[in-house]
Design a protein around this ligand. Structure first.
Ligand SMILES: Cc1cc2nc3c(=O)[nH]c(=O)nc-3n(C[C@H](O)[C@H](O)[C@H](O)COP(=O)(O)OP(=O)(O)OC[C@H]3O[C@@H](n4cnc5c(N)ncnc54)[C@H](O)[C@@H]3O)c2cc1C
Length: 377
């Protein structure tokens, strides 16, 4: 057993850390305020080789694993959860293509992603979030392909994406076994994207509704076989949940960094507040939870890279890290006192951003359902 990162992993982590300090932290507050994703940051991250890490080298990717993705993602989200998430969504959308795409599909779509195009992952619908089997978007068989009708909600990066991985029912009577996955072109006639939705946090990352009115999708854009969509989505989550947990690591680390710096400077009753044990213990607790969350996250990613089952480990990492991030961001505000509530300091943004971690990629409740299911299997 070896808990040390190798040279290549440390190098890419350092590269990401420096990039974030230089390119993300300085623009994060404004991007949040303007609810605007800075495309310039995407261009620079792409040029530096911080994106498309898991894609095969023959299509311009780095050919790395889920662990390296987690290391980089943690840094990106330390800088800003909104910008970090928006930079990571194409990797989420690439997973179903990695899991189920044929050679031709991988070549076509991955070449576009490595050239700088964005992709979205479109599963959630107004009446189907946790309950994936309740999807209502329908893909009706026609000559040469399918006609998609329905709508999706909460689709990250939909306003930036040129490609979308869409899950729809090819058999409405078959529950989750009737779901099929497709790669759909953003400019396909009948597909429209709503205005970015207003939201509590993660404001630099655009999230929209997507509408399908008889959108023709050729058969060559179907991922896997009809009815395999649910299994493709679940296998995707076993690879993407370590990344979602890494989003949370970034938030915990930043909560700790900001709290420690402030607690050393701020004085109360004759000493730095860090020296009041009630405050110092908050920092010790943040450090403990960060380390525990990191170990769970890296383990779940490592298992994915070894091709070993990791469903339970992913759920534990995701739930623990995301709950810890919400707690840490709240405690960071407490350490700052009144100034923590002010928009002058970054901790109120951490607090607003952190909440969504317990909701997307499977809520904290759903992760516990998965852990229990695996425990009692
Ligand atoms: C900012 C943001 C970005 C997102 N990005 C994407 C994206 O890119 N692509 C995408 O497809 N989706 C995305 N989502 C959607 C997200 O994955 C869903 O919101 C999430 O899965 C929860 O679904 P829901 O909102 O329908 O809540 P519901 O499923 O209605 O859940 C409501 C509450 O009930 C609980 N609950 C529901 N069922 C159970 C159960 N069986 N056991 C215990 N508790 C249960 C939930 O935990 C939750 O607390 C995003 C959401 C947000 C907010």
């Amino acid at each position: 057993m070896d808990f040390l990162l190798n040279d290549e992993q440390r190098m890419i982590q350092d590269l990401a850390r420096e990039f974030v300090d230089r390119e993300i932290i300085p623009v994060a507050a404004k991007a949040d305020q303007d609810q605007h994703f800075p495309l310039e940051v995407h261009r620079k991250a792409l040029e530096l080789g911080l994106l498309n890490l898991e894609l095969p080298t023959e299509f311009g990717g780095a050919g790395l694993g889920a662990l390296e993705v987690a290391l980089v993602t943690e840094q990106l989200c330390r800088g800003c959860l909104g910008i970090g998430a928006a930079l990571s969504i194409s990797a989420l959308a690439a997973e179903p293509i990695l899991v189920a795409g044929n050679a031709e599909q991988q070549k076509t779509y991955f070449s576009r992603l490595t050239a700088g195009e964005f992709a979205s992952f479109a599963l959630t619908e107004p009446s189907a979030g946790s309950d994936v089997a309740a999807l209502r978007t329908v893909a009706k068989r026609v000559d040469g392909g399918y006609l998609l009708s329905g709508s999706k909600i909460w689709i990250s990066n939909a306003s930036l994406a040129s490609l979308m991985v869409v899950f729809a029912k090819t058999d409405v009577s078959a529950g989750h076994k009737g779901i099929t996955a497709f790669v759909v072109e953003r400019n396909a006639p009948g597909l429209s994207v709503g205005e970015p939705l207003g939201k509590l946090g993660q404001r630099a990352a655009p999230v929209c509704e997507v509408f399908f009115e008889q959108v023709f999708v050729p058969e060559s854009s179907r991922l896997g076989q009809e009815g395999e969509g649910f299994s493709i989505a679940m296998r995707t989550f076993d690879r993407s949940r370590p990344m979602a947990a890494a989003f949370a690591l970034g938030v915990i680390q930043r909560s700790l960094d900001e709290s420690l710096a402030y607690a050393k400077e701020r004085r109360s009753m004759g000493k730095a507040i860090l020296e009041h044990q009630a405050v110092g213990h908050k920092l010790a607790e943040m450090r403990m939870k960060l380390e525990a969350a990191r170990l769970l996250t890296y383990q779940s990613a490592w298992l994915a890279d070894q091709g070993r089952p990791n469903t339970s480990e992913c759920a534990m990492a995701k739930a623990f890290a995301c709950d810890a991030a919400m707690w840490a961001a709240s405690e960071a505000i407490q350490v700052f006192g009144g100034m923590g509530y002010s928009t002058e300091y970054p901790v109120e943004k951490l607090f607003r951003d952190a909440k969504v971690l317990q909701i997307y990629e499977g809520t904290s409740e759903i992760q516990r359902n998965i852990i229990l299911r695996e425990l009692t299997r």
